[in-house]
Design a protein around this ligand. Structure first.
Ligand code: DGJ
Length: 753
């Protein structure tokens, strides 16, 4: 494992536990992509493809006098533009003389221990084994220097890439595009998998066999968005959850993004990933530089599950703030769906008391505690408490809540302002707005121009006051609209193309300042649910509210879609009231608990409205969640299932690192007539060991029916790991509305059979 340069072959090799990446400096000084995939353990031998003439001599594809060279089909590491490669480019500029071409040639390299932090941006955190290959490229005609970084996380099978672009010329360069990643694959035998959605319906998986065209997965909304997550996979057509070659690429960025995948005339595939493009431009004065965000790449030969596990390991170990890696996070109750804006101290304390009696550990006060915020039309920006609702303010309330043995969390939406607010009255120019045009509102709010230092200072000052005054253990950082009218009153007219990225850098600067000043403050990200569920936010927020949709059955799909890249330890998940507020569907409390436990686990309901039976069930769920906490949060996660399960039930499991225990979850999503007994093949167990499991067998009654629950008898069963994985586990017969099982498999003490 490591990074090597083979002088004779002029080939760079990056080798991780199971993968390998190679590139070569060719005779023209170009950086040629050779290979990415499973380990080869030797330098790729020259193959016919690379010197091939694609017989289009009238096109400007030659290099020097070399006619047997086709730039338009050549695999490159960071493609320029305008000089004969007509595929999507990695970088586009306007030179001082107005010329548009970029042609990068190799200059040199260095191999470094560790990695460089990215100024102003979240990044993949290094450890003592991290190594970086830094390659310098240059276009001497326009004076552009590009430093490509390849950062190796060998155990996780991850290679992180980014680019720094420096103007080494005498005049002003304008960047029109600066990708984090540009990568050419040999062949086009791939399916493209991406995750689209909308509010309350995030991260639906779509799988498309690649054809000869340019695919774009993008968000131009100034946020990573509910609509297109900044994560894609390319896999063999035949790859499934457990086998086949799969590549994943994710951007560590929370603003707009663009991922392009193109199959070219020679059936090869290029992927380019970076910031959103619409209107983007960035002025680089002589000597100035621009840093792209990190792009995370991984390969697995073990199917989509294997690839997900690489990303999960990376996010848990290298993205989320290290102080939260090994700390158990509190089981919370959030008042949003219990009260919406209609609360006062008495109501909140009543919820807190009930919650404390159930064993819940933290109360989160959601939207509506500040300014004149009695509905969603006013108050954002006025971050001082509404004493009419909460006499004595947050100090008194937080003290009272702590006295009940609960931690206290608070909702904020820092980047927004309502027109009806003291802040907007005092500083209308602090909002992003076009001159002379009516501003497009969303939820009656505008977006603050976070690129301005004075806006960051105002917000930091407000939050510092709150955090110093009251006992606040947690903040929910919300963001409830996309950007529009992205015009900053602080930037000159010719630099407005920088405003969207500068907004994002401003948000990161504020988050950085806050997390530096209050490192133990747990921040949960949120953007109308999962509109900013990305590695950029996860760098500051170890958990993110996954969706505003709390319907357990619909949530299974959102959690599953999200799990392709993100570990369950990052997924904010709550048990909410039944019937559900988004869908109107009723589901048993048991099923809601099982689904929410595959996340950070919490509640979003009024406990005063629960029956004694439901309260007892919640007490049991809390005991179970505490018992299985590390198995769920750090165990290896497997999506289970085969084609015939689809639409009938979903199953997933967690296996501890030493394979001594596993937690199997199954929820019936659509009951059948004369229902087939659900069965699943388990994954990740020790085939030679035997596992004991206690299975609740129901007699009489109906699952989840409080009026007729029947009786439940626990039956202890024992199976070999081999049987559970090859034959499968057969559940007891199911009936009722949305029945679910959560079963704990424990390796028998003798370990084997
Ligand atoms: C959107 C969030 O996703 C909800 O949970 C809630 O906090 C509301 N905003 C409050 O306005």
């Amino acid at each position: 494992m490591g990074i090597y340069f083979d002088e004779a072959a002029q080939v760079f090799v990056l080798r991780t536990a199971n993968t390998e990446y190679q590139m070569r400096v060719n005779g023209f000084g170009m950086l040629e992509h050779l290979y990415y995939g499973a380990r080869l353990d030797s330098v790729l031998q020259p193959v016919r493809f690379f010197g091939r003439d694609i017989r289009m001599h009238k096109d400007p594809l030659d290099r020097g006098n070399e006619k047997n060279f086709a730039l338009d089909a050549y695999p490159q590491e960071y493609a320029g533009s305008g000089v004969g490669d007509y595929r999507v480019s990695g970088v586009e500029t306007v030179a001082p003389d107005g010329s548009l071409s970029v042609d990068l040639v190799y200059q040199g390299y260095q191999i470094l221990d560790g990695r460089q932090a990215l100024p102003g941006l979240p990044f993949v955190r290094p450890d003592s084994e991290t190594k970086t290959l830094e390659i310098t490229m240059q276009d001497p005609v326009i004076g552009l220097c590009v430093k490509l970084s390849y950062i190796l996380f060998a155990q996780e099978d991850v290679i992180v890439r980014n680019a720094q672009l420096v103007n080494q010329g005498q005049g002003k360069l304008i960047l029109k595009k600066a990708a984090s990643l540009c990568l050419d694959f040999f062949g086009s035998h791939f399916d493209l998998i991406h995750f689209h959605g909308r509010h309350c319906a995030e991260r639906n998986m779509e799988r498309l066999p690649l054809g000869h065209q340019l695919y774009t997965v993008a968000s131009e909304r100034g946020m990573s968005s509910h609509h297109h997550n900044p994560f894609v996979m390319l896999c063999d057509h035949s790859a499934d959850e457990y086998q086949g070659r799969c590549y994943g690429a994710a951007l560590v960025y929370s603003g707009g993004h663009r991922i392009q995948v193109e199959v070219d005339q020679c059936n090869n595939t290029r992927i380019v990933m970076g910031l959103a493009s619409k209107g983007f431009s960035w002025e680089l004065a002589p000597g100035a530089s621009f840093q792209t965000p990190d792009a995370v790449l991984s390969f697995s030969g073990k199917g989509l599950n294997g690839l997900s596990q690489n990303f999960h390991q990376l996010i848990r170990g290298h993205i989320i703030p290290p102080q939260f890696r090994d700390v158990r996070r509190p089981i919370l109750i959030n008042n949003w769906e219990a009260t919406y804006f209609d609360f006062n101290t008495e109501k909140i304390l009543q919820i807190a008391q009930e919650a404390s009696d159930l064993g819940i550990e933290m109360l989160v006060l959601d939207d509506g505690w500040f300014g004149k915020r009695n509905d969603d039309r006013a108050g954002l920006g006025d971050w001082f408490v509404n004493e009419e609702k909460l006499p004595g303010g947050l100090r008194v309330l937080s003290e009272e809540i702590h006295k009940k043995g609960l931690k206290f969390g608070l909702w904020l939406e820092p980047e927004m302002v309502n027109g009806v607010s003291e802040l907007y009255e005092a500083h209308p120019d602090w909002a992003l707005q076009d001159p002379g045009r009516e501003t497009t509102l969303s939820r009656a709010q505008m977006v603050l121009d976070l690129s301005r230092q004075e806006v960051q200072d105002y917000l930091f000052g407000c939050f510092q006051k709150i955090l110093e005054d009251a006992q606040i253990d947690y903040v929910k950082w919300d963001f409830n609209r996309s950007l529009a009218n992205v015009y900053s009153a602080k930037l000159p007219e010719e630099r407005q193309g920088e405003a969207a990225h500068r907004f994002m850098l401003g948000t990161y600067a504020l988050l950085e300042r806050l997390t530096t000043a209050y490192p133990d403050l747990l921040i949960e990200g949120c953007a109308s649910g999962g509109g900013r569920y990305d590695m950029g936010m996860l760098y500051y927020c170890p958990q993110i509210w996954l969706s505003d949709n709390t319907d357990a059955i619909l949530r299974i799909g959102i959690q599953r879609g999200s799990s392709y890249c993100y570990p369950v330890s990052t997924m904010g998940a709550h048990v909410s009231a039944s019937p559900n507020h988004q869908s109107g569907r009723s589901t048993p409390i048991e099923t809601r608990g099982i689904v929410a436990m595959s996340g950070t686990f919490g509640f979003e309901l009024d406990p005063g409205k629960l029956s004694e039976r439901e309260k007892n069930e919640i007490r049991q769920q809390i005991r179970d969640f505490r018992k299985y906490y590390w198995l769920i949060q750090k165990g290896t996660y497997f999506r289970l299932g085969e084609a015939w399960h689809e639409g009938y039930f979903s199953a997933w499991m967690f296996v501890s690192e030493d394979r001594s225990e596993a937690l199997l979850n199954m929820v019936v999503e659509r009951m059948q007539g004369n229902a087939i007994v659900p069965a699943v093949r388990l994954q990740g167990l020790d085939p030679g060991a035997s596992y004991r499991v206690e299975v609740p067998i129901r007699r009489g009654g109906w699952y989840g029916n409080p009026d007729n629950p029947g009786t439940v008898e626990i039956q202890t069963e024992s199976y070999s790991g081999a049987q559970l994985m090859e034959y499968g586990f057969v559940f007891p017969a199911v009936q009722g509305d949305y029945p679910a099982y959560q079963l704990h498999f424990v390796k028998e003490p003798d370990g084997g059979i």
